[in-house]
Design a protein around this ligand. Structure first.
Ligand code: SF4
Ligand code: SF4
Length: 480
């Protein structure tokens, strides 16, 4: 472990680290546009320049290997002057249209400008104009005037997603990022990571374009439920203090965007595009009314009716949701009587257009918590087999169940969060909260447990599944 000195302070570094890595590992910030810990070194932005003590020139820290006794300065006069000149160069042709840029508020160029430059452009020449809204793919639009040609996006598609979908064409101040013409960026299931990677507002998400200023939004830690990887994510939604009262109050409980929350154990700094489209999963029409035999009833009445049915059943069968949290699955385990046969079902099965297991993140199992469900309930449902004819009560939790399998004469209890016409045929239907309305944990296919938190309050007419199971819990031998 070599010892190096940054601004006179001794720090320990790993043998194969660069100065920028060693500095960051020790909490020392060296600015960088093109460098990223998960990408190869490009060394083209030059803003990470530092000075080795005793030398009169500056050198880039992203490409400087550590060596025993190395002494570097990150804030000497030559470093400050060089960084300032780099920032002048970066903004030479940049449009500085922060007022209409989605990246404003989380833009590295803005931050470094104030930190290392802070002065208006010295150039008297008109800025080089370029394409403002170049459609790179169905999901991403490119503003070439804002691009600082750091090449992070290009390296991502070559080194991480391996679609080779992006490149830089032409030379000098006519250089442009462009997508390959074979539609590879559209086909890249990880393409939207380049929007996060872009240090400026050049790459923009089309679904998020002009939807919200980021300072009105709050990130709530969550877990993507769309496959068994369970990527840790941030669900961005409007801050309570910026609640809209008149102008579209629906935006107060809307998912504005989803971004990866770095987690070396699960997803690193990445996630797939499917996970970014969580609004399409969670913002489907909701089931908001408890029912008995298709008629609206109060939530408590429905839970009491469900408890009576379960307690009186001789041969009950229950289908376990693989979208339930660890806490909810444990509550279901506690609630059901020993005579109940349980089957773990798939709430979602992989569709023909969806990826199976790949080398980066995506899993073929499109359910977030099969690991805990199968650990607590040993039998798995194949989605087809018929139930034995003398089954007297069937309890179905979640989606993905074929109600034609319920034997004639058996009572049906359904717990679900989303609207379905088949709910009306249940003897008891109880509407549930969704993931963004509760907190809990999922265990992914590798056994890693990740927590998710509530973003919004649940509607008053729905119940948390855990509360439902506690309410219907059967004490063996007790009267129904
Ligand atoms: S689009 Fe963004 S990430 Fe790509 S080269 Fe330009 S500045 Fe870098
Ligand atoms: S890989 Fe799976 S868990 Fe991760 S973002 Fe994509 S769908 Fe969600």
């Amino acid at each position: 472990m070599p010892e190096i000195f940054i601004d006179g302070k001794p720090i320990r570094a790993e043998r194969d680290q660069t100065v920028i890595e060693a500095a960051r590992m020790n909490g020392i910030e060296i600015p960088a546009f093109c460098w990223h810990p998960e990408l190869s070194i490009a060394g083209n932005c030059r803003v990470c320049a530092v000075q080795v003590e005793g030398r009169s020139w500056v050198e880039i820290a992203c490409n400087m290997p550590v060596s025993e006794g190395l002494r570097v300065l990150t804030d000497s006069e030559p470093v400050r002057a060089y960084r300032k000149s780099i920032m002048q160069l970066m903004t030479l042709n940049h449009p500085v249209d922060c007022g209409i840029c989605d990246k404003a508020g989380e833009c590295t160029l803005q931050d470094y400008h104030y930190q290392y430059n802070g002065e208006p452009s010295m150039s008297r020449d008109p800025k080089v104009r370029s394409t403002k809204f170049h459609p790179l793919s169905e999901r991403i639009v490119l503003d070439n005037e804002r691009c600082i040609l750091c090449s992070r996006c290009v390296r991502f598609t070559r080194e991480v997603s391996k679609s080779n979908a992006l490149g830089i064409v032409q030379r000098g101040d006519t250089s442009l990022v462009r997508a390959s013409e074979d539609g590879a960026l559209d086909a890249d299931p990880y393409s939207d990571n380049v929007v996060d990677l872009c240090p400026v507002g050049a790459l923009l998400s089309r679904p998020f374009l002009y939807q919200a200023r980021v300072w009105y939004l709050k990130p709530t830690p969550s877990v993507c439920p769309s496959c068994a990887r369970g990527c840790t994510v941030d669900v961005w939604h409007r801050k309570a203090e910026w609640k809209l009262n008149a102008l579209d109050p629906g935006k107060n409980v809307k998912i504005e965007r989803v971004t990866p929350r770095e987690n070396p154990e699960v997803n690193g700094p990445w996630m797939c595009n499917k996970g970014r489209d969580l609004a399409a999963v969670f913002e489907r029409p909701r089931a908001l009314q408890a029912m008995e035999h298709g008629r609206p009833v109060a939530l408590d009445a429905a839970m009491n009716a469900a408890r009576r049915l379960v307690a009186a059943a001789m041969r009950p069968v229950a289908f376990v949701s693989t979208w339930g949290s660890n806490e909810e699955l444990a509550a279901m385990k506690r609630a059901l009587p020993g005579r109940c046969t349980t089957f773990v079902k798939s709430d979602r099965v992989r569709q023909p257009d969806e990826r199976g297991d790949d080398e980066l993140l995506i899993r073929a199992d499109k359910n977030p918590n099969r690991a805990t469900a199968c650990a607590l309930f040993p039998l798995e449902d194949d989605g087809q087999g018929s139930l034995i004819a003398d089954t007297d009560v069937v309890l179905v939790w979640g989606e993905g169940f074929d109600y034609a399998r319920v034997p004639a004469g058996a009572k049906l209890i359904v717990l679900d969060a989303y609207e379905q016409s088949t709910h009306a045929r249940a003897d008891v239907f109880i509407p549930l909260s969704i993931q963004t309305e509760r907190s809990g944990h999922y265990t992914n296919f590798q056994g890693v447990v990740s927590a998710f938190s509530a973003c919004f309050p649940k509607p008053g007419s729905v119940a948390h599944a855990e509360a439902v199971f506690d309410a219907i819990a059967v004490t063996e031998g007790a009267p129904a």
